[in-house]
Design a protein around this ligand. Structure first.
Ligand SMILES: Nc1nc2c(c(=O)[nH]1)N[C@H]1C(S)=C(S)[C@@H](COP(=O)(O)O)O[C@H]1N2
Ligand SMILES: [Mo]
Length: 171
């Protein structure tokens, strides 16, 4: 009888060991990324560690209660430039009909015309934030959130961003 217990305990611990290793392996494979795709020359898939190497700027927005909140992240314009989107001098003619579709893990989506994000058109800097008060963003908000300054509603400051997709507006 005792032998059976020993065997059972051995089997259970073996199972738990393999199980937890699998979970760890999955976590490594499933590191959160934001993808930049669509009308781009160079599609990108960026993780938090890729982000950490990029130039950061601060941006502030008013939250639901009207209170100013400051975040740190990478300018959307810099991300578009890296992905080879038509920006700056190339943002003219039919390229002015291109837009950025921001997609989130809960299915929430918002759009911006490219001109809304380009310093040759506006001084407002929209960022994809990865930190607030020097800390990574909380679950349900991050790891990546949009921060849109100078807007009367925080509705386009999308949480849990997974995709930045460039498209042509067609009628
Ligand atoms: N992914 C996602 N982002 C979202 C939303 C949402 O439903 N899903 N709601 C928006 C709306 S309507 C508001 S008012 C703000 C609230 O952001 P805050 O909690 O930082 O104030 O998040 C915006 N971002
Ligand atoms: Mo909202």
């Amino acid at each position: 009888m005792k032998k059976h217990y020993v065997l059972l305990i051995l089997l259970v611990s073996l199972f738990l060991g393999v199980f937890s290793q699998n979970i760890m392996a999955q976590n490594i494979i499933k590191e959160a990324v934001v993808k930049i795709e669509g009308e781009v020359l160079k599609p990108l898939s960026l993780s938090l560690s890729d982000f950490a190497k990029m130039k950061h700027v601060e941006a502030s927005m008013k939250d639901r209660d009207g209170k100013a909140q400051q975040y740190s992240g990478v300018a959307i314009f810099d991300l578009l430039q890296q992905a080879g989107v038509t920006v700056g001098k190339e943002l003219k003619g039919e390229n002015l009909t291109k837009y950025l579709l921001v997609r989130c893990s809960d299915g929430y989506e918002v759009v911006f015309s490219l001109a809304e994000l380009d310093p040759s058109f506006t001084n407002r800097v929209v960022i994809l934030a990865d930190a607030k008060d020097g800390k990574p963003l909380a679950d349900g908000i991050g790891p990546f959130r949009l921060v849109v300054p100078d807007e009367n509603k925080p509705a386009r400051s999308a949480h849990e961003v997974t995709h930045l997709i460039i498209r042509f507006a067609k009628d």
